[in-house]
Write a protein that binds this ligand. Structure first.
Ligand SMILES: Nc1ncnc2c1ncn2[C@@H]1O[C@H](COP(=O)(O)OP(=O)(O)OP(=O)(O)O)[C@@H](O)[C@H]1O
Ligand SMILES: [Mg+2]
Length: 225
């Protein structure tokens, strides 16, 4: 279970204080997929960064699978992330010094699996996402949508407790968008993953059971149209 309690996040922008979250609460059960919408600048990436322990909120409590993550030190956070959190970043963040298949395999290698086994699994994910023929390229040579699918494979490979997907299909065509979405939903069901999907794509949001909109520094339930 993911539990956020009384999250406040405030940024100083020049003289102005921007209150992104004002007493935000969220509870998500294992196996649930949650959509997050809200205009550009409303705080979607900030929310995922806070859940992913990449950003410390001004105040509030974060607990994941019964572990209180709020007071962890940096090393504890790194370890917790490595074992539990898959993150698809809005800007992909692939490593240019490594091949595509190595980028995907890295989380498994870091979790202690052999190089060979990790590369084999990486190729399976690349195959599922239709980019296995790009496996020996450097990421920079790939199209935006191809890079995005590499980032998706990298987040999925370690069967995370929580998958945080920040506009994961923003660079994809319709066909690949549904391919990726269906794969995420399938894996969430099979592995009982919590999936948090931030997106502007209302077609996807309408396929998810429960979604929230960031409004006025808080989350309100979004009613499907
Ligand atoms: N480190 C920071 N310092 C100051 N302000 C920040 C910082 N990070 C985010 N912000 C501000 O917080 C607000 C929320 O940003 P965020 O990136 O979460 O929005 P978003 O909903 O993901 O937008 P988009 O749809 O464009 O991706 C923005 O006004 C942004 O400028
Ligand atoms: Mg964002």
């Amino acid at each position: 279970m993911l539990d956020l309690q009384n999250i406040v996040q405030i940024y100083q922008q020049g003289q102005a204080e921007v209150i992104v979250f004002d007493d935000l609460n969220l509870n998500v059960k294992q196996g649930e997929t949650i959509g997050i919408i809200g205009p550009s600048g409303s705080g979607k990436s900030t929310l995922l960064n806070i859940i992913g322990l990449l950003e410390k909120p001004h105040s509030g409590k974060i607990s994941i699978s019964g572990t209180n993550c709020s007071d962890m030190n940096n090393e504890e956070k790194v370890n917790f992330r490595k074992n539990n959190i898959g993150f698809i970043f809005q800007n992909n963040q692939l490593l240019e010094d490594f091949l595509v298949e190595e980028n995907v395999a890295l989380p498994m290698i870091l979790a202690g699996h052999s190089y060979k086994k990790s590369i084999k699994r990486a190729r399976e994910f690349l195959e599922m996402l239709g980019i296995v023929e790009r496996r020996n390229f450097k990421p920079g040579l790939l199209s935006g949508g191809e890079q995005q699918r590499v980032a998706i494979a990298r987040a999925l490979i370690k069967d995370p407790t929580i998958l945080l997907a920040d506009e994961p299909t923003g660079s994809l065509d319709l066909l690949n968008t549904s391919l990726v979405f269906n794969l995420m939903i399938k894996l969430a069901k099979e592995k009982n993953t919590i999936t948090i999907l931030a997106t502007h794509n209302l077609n996807l949001i309408n396929k998810i059971n429960k979604s929230y909109k960031i409004f006025d520094g808080n989350l309100i339930e979004y009613k499907k149209k």
